[in-house]
Design a protein around this ligand. Sequence first.
Ligand code: MIC
Ligand code: SF4
Length: 643
Amino acid sequence: MGLTIAEKIIKEHIVSSEMKRGEKIALKIDQTLTQDATGTMAYLQFEALGVDRVRTEKSVAYIDHNTLQSGFMNADDHKYIASVAKKYGIYFSRPGNGICHQVHLERFGKPGKTLIGSDSHTPTAGGIGMLAFGAGGFDVACAMAGKPYYITMPEIVRVNLTGSLGSWVSAKDIILKILQIMTVKGGVGRIIEYGGEGLVSLSVPERATITNMGAELGATTSIFPSDEITYGFLKAQGRERDWTSLLADVDAVYDDVINIDLSSLEPMVACPHSPDNVKLVSEVSGLKVDQVCIGSCTNSSLTDMMKVAHILKGKKVHPDVSLSIAPGSKQVLTMIARNGMLADMIDAGARILESACGPCIGMGQSPNSGGVSLRTFNRNFLGRSGTKDAKIYLVSPEVAVYSAIKGVLSSPVELGDGPGFKMPEFFIINDNMIEPPAKPEESAKLEIFKGPNIKPFPVSDELADDLRAKVVLKVDDNITTDHIMPAGSKILPYRSNIPYLSQFCFEVLDPSFPERAKKAGNGVIVGGVNYGQGSSREHAALVPLYLGIKVVIAKSFARIHEANLVNAGILPLTFVDFDDYNSINQGDELEFLDLRSCIQSGVEISLLNKTLGIKIKVRHNLCGRDRDIILAGGSLNYLKSTL
Ligand code: MIC
Ligand code: SF4
């Protein structure tokens, strides 16, 4: 039987058991990446592991999220990460060098290799044929220490692309179409693998736009083959030696197949407040727009920027619209500066931002109240822009910029033939903003810098046998990590200060949550389907841990968040019967008896809702190792006990 692309890489990297769907597997990790908003915590945990140097082929620390430096906190964290990187063998991409996923694609990604990153959009590297996963910081720390990464062997879905895109229809429209078909839950427990003759028309950065938003499908990861197009991209980056061919076997077996005829697609838009609330631009056109933001790890490549500049050339941004543009990397910015396109953008009235995440993570550019903002980003969750009542629509760069000129949501298809930009044969290469690590013999004497904002992270106690706890919060389906632990310029500087951060936990849904949780002592959160979707931030587990949360019971969990809960030592449980979601209310007192032995001996646990006087069946979905981690009170305790 033939193998899929993902199976080929897994086969090469598996260090445990067999490649059987639904089984936990352990993978050797070749590369890691961190960004600064999750990186400080990841490196604090790495330091706690006591390893003297990273054991990966390549590890890179990026600074791209917390680049707004109002106050000392972010600058201190950057200095901390730079000092850890130098000492422990990690490449350091300085602020200004670009967004982690864009730069990784340009300068480090290698087909056929495995990558984990402390950012949920790490699967972007699937565009270059890497098997790349978003993970919590602790898992990245472990991978840097040479430990394998554990996932449940996913199903593999093939998305077959045929035909080619029409003028002004782009990669963003392909992934929005897939989101419309599969929804934000459709990728859970699955790898999305792309194939078909339509691939030849998609460059690596376009493929990366698609794999990037596989995160929004909830997918474990997404991957494209490594073919001639991949070779061309790597050659243009001066890295042809990093290329290997990687194709699915013709008789590979998939769990599901989705066919998309690229010629039939039109510009699409994801309406508020979910990336799967997708409509045709033509259905919503005419909507008055207040703000347009172009950039983010989804759509900030050179060709994206060139299309934007082409549409802006000789035009003026509509007087009622604020247009901001953040090119994805120093390489992209340099190239549009040299070819004059940056001047066309500035001339038209665009506000040029530094090459960083910026507005995507709420670091500046919050829209006006009730404002409509078109963004080329990947997430439009409630409140993420920093303005709670703003309405965020996700679109392609071409739709975004054309609408910025018109003042209303408009389809660029009206413009007639597209510019037909091709990828350049050579990118301008200058890695002078990537600091290499110190040589091993020099490392020992290097000091680590720690600013006053870095506070110790909470560590759980071992799991109690009998647990009495109060339901301190009950929430609906599809709760995101942006609900649990919001981002934004006000809070992000405190990512290494859990006590401070805890005041904002669930702020968008219920600002009284932190106080209530603290008062309860032992707390339980009850959630619906896909609890914890979105970002990989382990703060969405560490902060609840700090506030006394011991258990989360949900209908189902998003993969990375569930792993983060386990790492933190919070027990994730699911309802055996979904209807029992209605048998627990906020404020109820719950009792779990013989919890440790229940977890050790089976999967079902019976809990007593003391307030309503009823018994409810829940289950854990922990494999052997996860079970030991939970019993030990989280990964750090577990690892220490196994040393
Ligand atoms: C995001 O897009 O939500 C982030 C910010 O990049 C996060 C990481 C974080 O919370 O720091 C992610 O996607 O993992
Ligand atoms: Fe940065 Fe936004 Fe990409 Fe997250 S989704 S890595 S915040 S650009």
